[in-house]
Design a protein around this ligand. Structure first.
Ligand SMILES: *[C@@H]1O[C@H](CO)[C@@H](O)[C@H](O)[C@H]1NC(C)=O
Ligand SMILES: *[C@@H]1O[C@H](CO)[C@@H](O)[C@H](O)[C@H]1NC(C)=O
Length: 653
């Protein structure tokens, strides 16, 4: 009994407790969502801050509403509210005293509205403010007192406005600022000292403006800066030493400007840099001393420049590079031998779509960790046999779309891990010298990923044949005393005259020089005239075409523009005949080997003898004919005279 009475009292007690506990009633306005912690989010057809807000509101977000004006009392009676935002609404006016009723605010966000101006001291009551977002409006100018008193502001976001001009002291009170975004405005110039009070700044974003230059000393006080973004401006020159104070910088972007040059040592004293962009600038040249120690940079892009050459030590201080894209520089002709001296970690190197014509045999010697090498879309005419010998980790290489006509099969002999090679789009010369690489392609089926595009360009009868389809028998001619065809005197050069511009070669042919030079090897010194070409190739159909510097000395030069740039020389010594067909020049000559020469000589004597016999026979025939004509004439003539006289006498009678 006692026990049951005791439990009954306990139950009653618990029930009492439950009923006494304060049940908080949330009055949430329509169009809004409120959570019990005090976050309120409103959307839709409201035109002002709702009047009946939960007392506990600490966060109010009005998003995609019809709020046009923040008036003097809009934020009244929300003493706990710390963060307030109106975004993607049509807000176009803020009352000068709108924030006087809410000085406790830490965040104000007025992003993506229709604000064209703001009252000068509208934010001044907000002495605790940490975060101010005004991005995505139409603000054109910022009064110099706009941020006065915001000594605690950490983040100021003003991107995507129409700001053209900044007052020199506009940021002077923002001594706590860490983040400043002024990107996507129309700022033309920066007052030299405008950032000088921002000594704690870590992120300064100025991209997509109209900046034409940077004043010397502009960043001198920003020793804490981590990121500086200056890309997509019109910056044509940089003062020297402009970044030297930025010893903590991690990221610097200067891409897509108008820099034609960069002062010496510009990127010194930034040892913590991990990202630097310079691409898409019409850079003409770079100084010999440019990059200081920056061992943490792992990626570098340098493309879209007008560089024709780069200093050999350009990357020497970037010892941590893993990915380097030095490509799409359509005037970059050659690379210094030691350019990749000091990047032991490099894994991916892109040199594609430059204007490279030759590569030094030791260019890649130190890149022992390289996985991917892109050399495609250049003008390489040959690849040194040993150039890839140290690249034992290479697994992919692209050399398609160059001017290669042959390649040694030993070129990849050290690259044991090679999985993909592209070779197409080169004018492969399918004569004896191609034999080895054809064999290599067959043995490495599946490695040549563009195998169907690897085609002969010459000789003509093999044009467009796929290299892998060439059979061993087709090279049997190469086994027969090839040494007898070797040149015995140094090659001479001749130019083939281009004369008819209408028949330039088709687009698949990479030779577009206005003049083509042909290197040929004379077999004997028996030329009769310097203008006539007497030579012999090591193959009856050998094709020589090369674009070389203008001719000198004995070169036989004719003028532009190109008519044909391919010359076919048939074996022999004596110049017999030439012909033009479809932009090819054929020169036939008589074989020099004695058997056929003897045969032809015999035929010649026979022909002469036959000719003489025929002439004599004709003369005799003529003589006989004349004799018989003379006899007949006198007979006929005397007969005619008699009958004529008879006729005349009859007429008279
Ligand atoms: C590499 O950095 C050091 C120290 O910053 C500097 O003295 C040297 O000149 C730099 N080298 C190049 C090639 O810029
Ligand atoms: C850079 O090269 C482009 C085309 O390659 C040319 O239009 C431009 O004028 C060059 N710029 C300079 C500054 O030389």
């Amino acid at each position: 009994d006692n026990f049951s009475r005791g439990t009954m009292w306990q139950v009653i007690l618990i029930l009492l407790c439950i009923s006494i506990l304060p049940t908080q009633t949330i009055i949430c306005p329509s169009s809004c969502m409120c959570n019990e912690k005090g976050a309120v989010k409103c959307v839709g057809n409201i035109t002002d801050v709702p009047k009946t807000m939960p007392n506990s509101t600490y966060l109010l977000q009005l998003n995609d509403t019809n709020v046009r004006v923040l008036n003097e009392q809009s934020l009244a009676n929300l003493p706990l509210m710390l963060r307030f935002s109106v975004s993607f609404s049509s807000l176009s006016a803020v009352h000068p005293r709108a924030f006087y009723v809410a000085p406790q605010l830490l965040s104000v966000k007025l992003s993506f509205n229709n604000l064209t101006s703001l009252p000068p001291r509208v934010f001044s009551p907000l002495v605790s403010l940490e975060q101010l977002h005004l991005d995505g409006n139409h603000l054109e100018s910022i009064p110099s007192v706009m941020f006065e008193g915001l000594a605690r502001l950490i983040e100021l976001e003003m991107s995507r406005n129409a700001i053209v001009h900044l007052a020199p002291d506009v940021f002077s009170s923002l001594s706590s600022l860490r983040f400043l975004n002024l990107g996507k405005n129309y700022i033309r110039e920066l007052p030299p000292t405008v950032f000088h009070s921002l000594t704690r700044l870590q992120f300064l974003i100025l991209y997509n403006n109209q900046l034409e230059r940077i004043e010397a000393g502009a960043f001198d006080e920003l020793a804490n800066l981590l990121e500086l973004k200056l890309h997509h401006n019109q910056i044509a020159s940089l003062p020297s030493e402009v970044f030297w104070a930025l010893g903590n910088l991690r990221m610097l972007t200067l891409s897509s400007n108008r820099l034609q040059g960069v002062p010496e040592k510009t990127f010194y004293y930034m040892p913590k840099l991990t990202k630097l962009t310079l691409y898409s600038n019409p850079l003409q040249s770079l100084p010999d001393q440019l990059m200081g120690q920056m061992p943490l940079i792992s990626d570098l892009y340098l493309y879209g420049t007008n560089l024709t050459v780069v200093p050999w030590n350009l990357f020497a201080n970037m010892s941590g590079l893993q990915k380097l894209s030095l490509h799409l520089n359509d005037k970059l002709r050659e690379l210094p031998q030691d350019l990749f001296c000091c990047q032991p970690k490099l894994q991916r190197l892109s040199l594609k779509a430059n204007d490279l014509q030759v590569l030094d045999g030791d260019l890649f010697s130190n890149l022992t960790n390289l996985n991917v090498l892109l050399l495609n879309d250049n003008k390489l005419r040959s690849i040194p046999k040993n150039i890839f010998r140290h690249l034992s980790n290479l697994n992919s290489i692209e050399i398609n779309n160059n001017h290669l006509n042959t390649l040694s099969d030993e070129v990849f002999s050290s690259n044991v891990g090679l999985r993909a090679v592209t070779l197409g789009g080169n004018p492969w010369d399918c004569t004896c010298s191609i034999r080895d690489i054809v064999g290599w392609i067959r043995r490495h089926e599946g490695v040549v990923s563009d195998r169907e595009g690897v085609k002969c360009y010459s000789p003509q009868h093999l044009e467009l044949r796929k290299l892998y389809s060439l059979q061993d028998e087709e090279f049997s001619v190469c086994d027969t005393t090839p040494s007898s065809y070797l040149p015995t005197t140094p090659p001479i050069e001749i130019y083939v005259s281009p004369s008819n511009p209408s028949s330039t070669p088709s687009s698949s042919i990479p030779f577009r020089t206005t003049t083509s030079i042909i290197t040929v090897s004379p077999t004997t010194a028996s030329q009769t005239s310097p203008d006539i070409v007497l030579f012999e190739s090591d193959n009856p159909f050998q094709l020589f075409t090369e674009a070389l510097p203008p001719p000198q000395g004995d070169s036989y030069f004719l003028s532009f523009p190109p008519f044909y740039d391919r010359l076919v020389v048939e074996q022999g010594q004596k110049f017999i005949h030439n012909n033009r067909m479809k932009s090819w020049v054929y020169i036939w000559s008589l074989s020099s080997d004695s058997a056929s020469a003897g045969l032809i000589m015999a035929l010649h004597i026979l022909l002469v003898a036959a000719g003489v016999t025929l002439i004599l026979a004709t003369i005799y025939g003529m003589y006989r004919l004349q004799q018989s004509i003379n006899e007949d004439f006198w007979e006929v003539a005397s007969g005619n005279m008699l009958s004529n006289q008879k006729q005349k006498s009859t007429d008279r009678l």
